[in-house]
Design a protein around this ligand. Structure first.
Ligand SMILES: N[C@@H](CCC(=O)N[C@@H](CS)C(=O)NCC(=O)O)C(=O)O
Length: 247
């Protein structure tokens, strides 16, 4: 699939957190794509939160997005992190050519998105509109159940997919955008729940190797060492609240 246009990709995502924007950002970085991170530009440069809000308000004539991340590629405006990653994978040659692999990639990416949602809900189990501090007791229960059964189930599943793929990557021998997302979700969980993750990680040896291999990819390594990579913090999806982790 050839690139849609010769224009730069525009990524619209909240400027202060890696959040769900990190999934498409990693694909753009690994591909060495020409892109602009609009949310991180100043207002004077046409960026910032104002530019994101304008997109959500329908400033663009294209399909109306519900929430960031949002990608613009010429006339195409696309929301939903999994859809964006898949689109970029196709455009930038980061997914194998055959139909079966492409559907497999999308299936894994959507499962990553499910895990991201459940991780988010450990600190916001009642309402997105409330602060964590207003739902702390419920968060403790939710996080405990997440660490007890959901995180092991998701990561055990990804480990099995990797084992059955029979190669270094989630789809086997071919590296794809999905590997970047699996890498990032592992990074996020290790940040948010260091004790629980460390206690669990001997059960996912292949995933840990994949995580290491992704960091060794030259463009990813360059990106991780740059200021373009935002650190995790307590405003995003992956938050480190020691009281929610295992002791
Ligand atoms: N399923 C969507 C979720 C998008 C989403 O929840 N975006 C967050 C930021 S990470 C947001 O700004 N949501 C605003 C809202 O839901 O009202 C995706 O994976 O992109």
């Amino acid at each position: 699939m050839a690139k849609n246009t010769d224009t730069r990709f525009e990524l619209y995502y909240w400027p202060l957190i890696p959040g769900r924007g990190e999934f498409p950002r990693l694909v753009l970085e690994e591909a060495g794509a020409d892109y602009v991170d609009v949310g991180r530009l100043s207002r004077d440069e046409g960026g910032g939160v104002e530019a994101i809000v304008a997109m959500l308000d329908g400033a663009d004539d294209a399909q109306l997005p519900y929430a960031p991340p949002i990608l613009r590629d010429g006339e195409l405006v696309l929301a939903q992190s999994a859809a964006i990653c898949h689109y970029l994978g196709l455009q930038l040659g980061l997914v194998p050519e055959d139909e079966t692999s492409r559907w497999a990639a999308l299936q894994i990416q959507l499962t990553v998105a499910d895990l991201v949602d459940e991780t988010h809900d450990t600190h916001h189990p009642i309402a997105v509109s409330l602060y964590y501090e207003d739902q702390q007791a419920e968060s403790a229960k939710r996080a405990s159940a997440f660490l007890e059964s959901r995180m092991p189930k998701f990561l055990g599943y990804f480990e099995l997919v990797l084992e059955r793929a029979g190669g270094a990557w989630m789809l086997g021998d071919a590296f794809s955008y999905v590997d970047l997302s699996v890498f990032h979700v592992l990074e996020g969980l290790a940040y948010a729940f260091p004790n629980a993750f460390a206690a669990f990680d001997r059960r996912i040896p292949r995933l840990l190797e994949l995580r290491g291999r992704v960091t060794e990819r030259p463009r990813v390594a360059g990106y991780l060492a740059s200021t373009r990579r935002l650190p995790f913090n307590e405003h995003g999806i992956f938050r480190r609240y020691p009281e929610l982790d295992r002791p």
